[in-house]
Design a protein around this ligand. Sequence first.
Ligand code: ASP
Ligand code: MG
Length: 403
Amino acid sequence: MLKVLKFGGTSVGTLDRIQNVAEIIKNIKDDGHDVIAVVSAMSGETNKLIEYATHFSKSAMPHEMDMLLSSGERVTSALLSIALNEQGYPTTSMSGRQAGIVTDNAHTKARIESIDTTNMKQAISEGKTIIVAGFQGISQDNGRVSTLGRGGSDLTAVAIAGAIQADVCEIYTDVDGIYTTDPRIEPKAKKLDKISYDEMLELASLGAKVLQNRSVEMAKKLNVNLVSRSSFTPEVEGTLITKEENIMEKPLVSGIALDKNQVRVGMYGVTDRPGIASAIFTALADANINVDMIVQTVGVDGKTDLDFTIPTTDWEICKEVMQKFEEDAENIDYNEAICKVSIVGVGMKSHTGVASKAFTALANENINIRIISTSEIKISMIVEEKYAELAVRALHEAYNLDQ
Ligand code: ASP
Ligand code: MG
């Protein structure tokens, strides 16, 4: 098999940790696989480099920031290559350029345009293990070093796996996979063996720390089998994130996600006229505010109520935007003490009674649901924030996720 492995900042955080990664790669090589390893900078290193730049300028030229930040990953790739080579495993390190990664010209947040795999294929055919510096490429017009945005090494790994048609792309971090819910909230949470791309994207609040959302989207697009696993416990299998078709036994519900960073905006007594929703949500979209759930009640006497949620980070801008609509409503209020709990599972597409079970579980705990929204594979509920953990545990239990 050809495996692309990606090691995050903590996994290569010290020289000992780099040695540990070398051991993991050795074992995989000894099993007869070809390996392309993509590495992050040692943890804290990218932040340190940003601080260095800030010492001279608060608005450094983006292409110079890229030149600077890309060095963190190059250090790790060379060190890991040296470590492995020393133990008799032929290696070659590669910068983004050497790995053939071409991006657009958006320095510090570049997108990968293409990957020329010639160099990598050549090295593999020579039996070498390739260690690629993650998070970087060269921009297509000016040939300068570019970087892919924070956390971008995941993207490097997935993009390479897609371009070279690797059998698997394993993302090593300090957690051993994706759980049915946050184990700090529900200690009975179980590690999932398999999960579909779409479920993973919906469970982002559980996995955001583990897998960058952009890279899951790219894996889905390029059909790359992703595995989330830990470099601290490499003997543990991890979670496979794959096409829905590859999951034979589809659980009704795969996991419970919690998002506390939500604010509910309530507009009461809104003049019920055509175009009001369009006006409000266009204004919010123009301000780049990510509106999540929207509920409008049936109008009575020409008035209606409109509720929606936004990320807490957009709260201030949202208030500014909403000033324009003060005339259109009797009252606008904001409630930050809420959270969104979601149950996610591909199996619910073809089953009835999934939603009612959730509502009953919360009712049994006397938790009031303020807003409900559903999609094919997700049911989200807004509840008071003080019930967040209780709601998660009740739902986890209702769908027997601890079994
Ligand atoms: N070193 C970069 C960062 O800290 C990229 C990465 O680790 O994926 O954001
Ligand atoms: Mg990372």
